[in-house]
Design a binder for this molecule. Structure first.
Ligand SMILES: [Zn+2]
Length: 135
């Protein structure tokens, strides 16, 4: 058992491929075979054309900070020793936006539009979280 104490995601049938790819240190999102849209978060039908024709594809992991906030107070007691930390929305080069954390730099160095790249935090043997760091 891991001694990781923070809340962890609960993969669903729709999101399981995302978490399995993260474990391999790959960022994968869905791509619609019908209209070509790139899709995140994971789901069963394309939000653009409603086709069920979604495939998982590996993406570059490159993007830019779309928006962010610096948490000065933990949003859950398990994060108390992490503050201050950055909760950000990253817009991938492929288009979709992910809510994530920015790591690898001081919180006050984060800027809107800052180029970032995905990184993988193996928090337990079963779970790898996707975060971003300055590119
Ligand atoms: Zn579509």
């Amino acid at each position: 058992m891991s001694d990781y104490k923070k809340p962890l995601p609960h993969p669903t049938p729709a999101s399981k491929p995302f978490w399995e790819a993260a474990k391999r240190h790959e960022l994968q999102i869905q791509h619609c075979g019908s209209c070509g849209a790139h899709i995140f978060y994971p789901r069963e039908l394309c939000p653009e054309c409603l086709a069920p024709d979604l495939q998982w594809i590996k993406v570059s992991g490159k993007g830019a900070v779309y928006s962010f906030t610096i948490a000065q107070q933990a949003t859950h007691h398990a994060f108390a020793e992490e503050v201050p930390y950055v909760i950000a929305i990253v817009e991938l080069d492929e288009g979709p936006r992910l809510t994530t954390n920015i790591a690898g730099c001081k919180p006050e160095a984060v800027r809107i539009g800052m180029p970032v790249v995905a990184m993988f935090d193996d928090v337990t043997p079963e779970m790898t979280l996707v975060k971003f760091r300055p590119a």
